[in-house]
Design a binder for this molecule. Sequence first.
Ligand code: LLP
Length: 430
Amino acid sequence: MESSVPEFPLVRDSIAGVSIAHLARQYGTPTFVYDASVMLKRLADLRCFDVVRYAQKACSNLAVVDLLRRNGAMVDAVSAGEIRRALRAGYAAHGAPHPIVYTADIFDAEALQLCVEQGIHVNCGSPEMIEQLGAVAPGRAITLRINPGFGHGHSRKTNTGGDQSKHGIWHEQLPECLARARRFDLTVSGMHMHIGSGSDFEHLAQVCGALEQAALAVGPTVDTVSVGGGLPVPYRPDQSYVDIGEYFRLCDAMRKRLEAAWGRKVRLEIEPGRYLSAESGYLLAEIRAVKRQGANVFYLLDAGFNNLARPILYGAYHPMSVAFRNGGDPKKTGPVIVGGPLCESGDIFTQEEGGYVVARELPVARVGDWLVIEVAGAYGFVMGGNYNSRPLAAEVLVCRGQPHLVRRRQTFDEMIAGERLLPPEASACG
Ligand code: LLP
């Protein structure tokens, strides 16, 4: 694992060794570009864990899920759609360790049916899930996701522990849930805790103790413990990585204590999303206007929060760089506000939590230059939408210096494919 924080350049002319001018001309903008080598490097960092289970919600393009599968990752799914993606990307429905685990706080009808029919292992985040699965598939093994009563994330909105969080089975309800599982002849074979996304070492370390207590309360039917995801990545030069070696040592010691208590092998899982995909991803956009509003300069891009929602949702900071189309002076910089094309004042990439617009020191650029929003591979494309009837962006995966289009830009016809006009007899209502 790299202990140093990567440098974030203000000017770049290539991504993963491929020229930005080529990427923009070939695929158009806005386009997400992923560097496969970065994902695989991050996966390799976590090799010490028995199972690295990719939380595909972070970036669920089939090609990305398939790439991680071929390189040894298992996968987490939070919906019927994500289960189908995992199957489509080549995962078997069941096996040891479970190739796919459905982790959620509820079942909708489709997810329950898929888990039952395909034999997908279920991680129950509510007492209701135990009952609903047990009623139709008694005799199964299940995992319990426990909310330990504390949590921590990079934002209040990504904290998944404590009594303000809807996630997981409340730790005090564990005995009652074990009784529920017994009633349906369900065996608890896994224990899981995920306290938040973009957490820090101190909080992640606390998971080990809480998970150990919860697992001991269940007993030796447990063959797998998962410490969840949450590993942070640096988005700013003053941020750093969690010491993975040290984190593993804590988790491993906890696992060994359980093994000693029970006299059996216990598998140790980790479930990262952001750590595997964030740094590999770049959102490539074109600067379409350079506007002066009073004392402020705005770069307006053809990408907005319909493509990358993290700034408007969490005030998230993403490094940015400029790629000149026809040359420019990288040393000439100025404070700029970077926004998108949407008819909404909050469509600003340089904002802090609470919606406060801030200027960023960036190279002086012209219309037609490109702006690259970096560390955008996690919770980027997947949280995109069609606001203002803008199509979903294209996605390109660069492998060994070769760019591959892994999702073409959505067409207008695809965007409206599910819509229907009212039948003639109903048009009277207008
Ligand atoms: N496991 C569970 C049960 C989760 O709920 C999550 C994230 C993960 C694993 C992966 O967490 P990670 O390793 O990526 O931190 N949209 C937000 C993040 C939401 C995370 C939701 N759950 C963002 O853009 O920061």
